[in-house]
Structures are given as C-alpha cells and as structure tokens.
Write a protein that binds this ligand. Structure first.
Ligand SMILES: Cc1ncc(COP(=O)(O)O)c(C=O)c1O
Length: 448
C-alpha cells in the first residue's frame, strides 16, 4: 500500500521558508533500495543517549582513550602543514592514498613483523571503509561471509548493507575453531551458496577479547587454503598487547590469501578517519577503483597530518603509554568482576584491546536487562548486537578502554547488583510457572 505524506503540514504563506516541517510518514518510504531496507537500527540506540549522561558509568562504547595524546604537538604540526603545504594538503589526492603516507603505514605494520610494499596498500576512511570496500568488490546479494561468533557489529552492518549472509563459526579460548569453519563452509556450499571470504579479528577481538594462538592461526590458514577461501584479517587492536609481544599476523603467514585491514583509530586518533587495506595486487586494483567510486580519494589532510605525527613524535613510545593505561583499566575490570559477579557468571580475560565478553548464568536476557541497568546508572552492550542470527542473549560486552579505573569499579559493582536482581526474578518466575529453569536463550559462548 502506498502511504502518501498524509501528515505533511500544508504550506501557508505565513510559514517561514526555513522552518522544519515534521511529517509522520516518510514520503520516500517505498523508494528505498532493498539494500537500505535491510539496514537495522539498533534497538538500544535510544538508550545510549541516556547512557551518555555523566552519572551513568558507560561500559558500552569502544571509544579509545586519547587523553594522553600530545595535543600541543599535533596542533603545532597541523599549523605547520597548512603554512608550508597548504595548497597540497587541501587538494584532491591519489585514490590509492599518498605515496609517502603509504610508506609510513608499512613502517607501522613492520612493528608487528608484517613486511609490506607501499604499492599494495590502499588508504581508506578508517578500517570501517576498508570493510565496506572489500565487501563491495567481493559480494553480491545472497553471498555468504563466514565470521566468528560473536563478531564485530560494524562489520555485520556492512555485510548486511550488501545483502550478504553471515554464517557464524564456533569459537573457543584459542579463537575460531578450524573444524567448525570446514563444516560450515561445506554446508553453505552444499546448499548452493557462494562463500566469499572468512572475516576474522585474530587479535583481542571486538567483542570477545579473544586472540588466536599461533598454532590456531596456522590451522585456520591451512583450512582456508584447503577450501580455497579468502581470509579478511581485521586488526585494529594488534599493537595494543597488554601482556606480550605481538603475535604474527595472518597476512605475514599467508601473504597471497589474506587481505589485511589496519587502522590508526586505536593507536593514534579515530577522528582523522584513516585506515588501510593491504591486499594482493589484483585485489588492490579493484579496491582502488572502488575507493575512487566511493570517495575519489581518502582525506589528504588527514594523511599528511598522520605522516607528520609519525615523523615528529615518538609514536612507538606513545603506544607503550596507551598500553600502560589500558592495562590498568583491564586489570581493574577483571579484579572487579572477580569480586562482584554473581556465581556462575563467566568472562574472557583479554591479553589486549578494549573488551571483555561476559556470559550470564540463568535465563537472563541482556537486551531486556539494559533499561534496568541504565536506571541503576550503568550501561553495556548486549551480546545480540554481535550476532547476525539472534544469539547472544546471555552475553554482554564490557569495554574497559574509556572510563577511569574508579568508574570501572563502580560500574561493575552496579552491573553485578542488577544481574543479581534479574537472576532472582528469573528464578522466581520460572519456579512459579512450574517450568524448568533451563529456558534456552541461545548457546552464548562460555569462554572464561
Ligand atoms: C574490529 C574492528 N574493526 C574495525 C573498526 C573500525 O575502525 P576504524 O575507526 O578504523 O574505522 C573497529 C572499531 O571499533 C573495530 O573494533
């Protein structure tokens, strides 16, 4: 049924031209592409506005803590850039990204032992755009992408926007389970689906906090090779190792079959919106075409700004100082969880990155619990956000990156209190109902 813009206010001569006219119906509602109709609004978005109030401890967002950055140094170098290179930095640039900047990117990757040629790098607007371009060049509607369970919500949204279907692969403490990958790819292919790639976050995954062991990396690459499956490695947290040196990247272990996504958002600043894709040359050519179609070129000013930062500042030392700060926050969160969480709750112990993944005992639904948690002045991200198939009800993603250690302690204590109350209610009602206590809210990995 076509719904006209019934509620559009009649134009009157008296109405000032600039006044906004609110309509009840979107008069374009029947014109959006199927791709757009597949995009989902987060059911918890409205709550996040409340969660951002200062009295609420938010363990929800994944914003890096950039308070430590030398803003005076960055400010002075931006000024200098405008003074000395103004006509270049404010001009269009290369669709692939500035050549000098791509060399700097290779220096950053070398810290993880990934030796790359600047020619194989395509600069993007954050690794989020890298995900978008990779999906754009590989996926048609109905194609299948294999992903961890749980997986990064921003990637799931991108995949949905290209109408690709996500199949979640099982995980354990060492990351994605190779046998599950083999089985699920085979099942998808048997049903006539084209499986385009495996999307994986091997280091300190968002949201699970889990890292793949080196042995597991080898096994995953061997299965991918056996199945002729491209691997897309998303690695924004690879340099934020809180306990140990970086593990080898999948890309360094199998250069020809891995497309690697990197980002400056977690090791410098997300506001510049700069990331990159390192890909085999044929793929790189397609990425550059897709980048030109999308943006003409990635932001030139940002690329020069980051080059200047990398040249004039001890960025390796800066990353070490970020690591020290995040380690204190991670340790505070883990200690607080151990002290306060109700019996039967489990959680992961990340060796880096920003996130802890918590599994609640009993029949409690984390999305339904969120409004009550916010009323008690604590916020988190419900686990369902990280699955394309509705799982994750018993799970919660907690971020330790942004709040101070004091706020983390308070937040975890409040969350534990809310969980206790919810568990009590669930128990009471289930017993009163005469039902068994094991109401199935989905498997939810129990990875602690
Ligand atoms: C796993 C993962 N990939 C990609 C991104 C996007 O990062 P960027 O700021 O580089 O676009 C994020 C951001 O949180 C992330 O966690």
């Amino acid at each position: 049924m076509r719904i006209e813009a019934a509620a559009a206010a009649p134009k009157t001569a008296a109405a000032p031209a600039s006044r906004r006219v609110d309509t009840t119906f979107d008069k374009f509602h029947d014109r959006y592409s199927l791709r757009t109709l597949g995009l989902k609004t987060s059911p918890v978005r409205a709550l996040f506005a409340v969660a951002n109030r200062p009295e609420v401890v938010s363990l929800a967002g994944g914003m890096p803590n950039i308070a430590d950055l030398p803003l005076d140094v960055v400010g002075a170098s931006l000024r200098e850039l405008v003074d000395t290179h103004g006509s270049v930095v404010m001009q269009y640039g290369s669709g692939q990204g500035e050549p000098d900047f791509r060399e700097h990117i290779c220096e950053v990757m070398a810290v993880e032992g990934l030796i790359a040629d600047p020619d194989d790098v395509t600069v993007t607007c954050g690794s989020q755009q890298g995900l978008d371009l990779v999906t754009r060049i590989f996926c048609d509607p109905g194609d299948v992408i294999m992903a961890e369970s749980p997986s990064y919500v921003g990637a799931l949204n991108t995949f949905a926007s290209y109408q690709a279907d996500v199949v979640h692969v099982d995980m354990d403490d060492d990351g994605l389970v190779p046998e599950s990958l083999r089985e699920k790819v085979a099942a998808a292919r048997r049903s006539g689906k084209s499986v385009k790639f495996l999307y994986t976050i091997p280091n300190h995954s968002n949201p699970s906090g889990i890292s793949q062991s080196v042995e597991r990396r080898r096994e995953i690459l061997a299965v991918a090779d056996e199945l002729d499956l491209l691997v897309v490695e998303d690695n924004p947290y690879g340099l934020l190792n809180l306990d140990e040196d970086p593990l080898p990247t999948l890309k360094s272990m199998d250069p020809d079959n891995v497309v690697y996504l990197g980002s400056f958002s977690k090791t410098f600043a997300p506001g510049f919106r700069v990331g990159w894709v390192l890909a085999p040359s044929f793929v790189r050519d397609k990425l550059v075409l897709a980048q030109e179609a999308a943006t003409l070129c990635p932001p030139v000013f940002s690329q020069f700004a980051i080059s200047s930062y990398l040249t004039h500042w001890d960025w390796r030392g800066q990353i070490r100082s970020f690591i020290d700060m995040y380690r204190i926050r991670r340790d505070t969160m883990l200690a607080s969880l151990a002290e306060h969480m109700p019996e039967g709750t489990t959680w992961t112990r990340p060796s880096g990155g920003f996130f802890v993944w918590l599994t609640m005992p009993g029949a409690v639904d984390s999305a339904a619990m969120l409004p009550r948690a916010v009323t008690k002045l604590v916020a988190y991200t419900p686990g369902t956000a990280f699955y394309a198939d509705g799982r994750g009800q018993r799970n919660i993603r907690l971020s330790f990156c942004y709040p101070t250690p004091e706020r983390i302690k308070v937040g975890v204590e409040r969350l534990a209190e809310v969980m206790r109350e919810e568990l009590e209610i669930a128990e009471t009602f289930e017993l009163a109902d005469g039902r068994r206590r094991s109401r199935d809210l989905g498997p939810g990995p129990n990875l602690a």
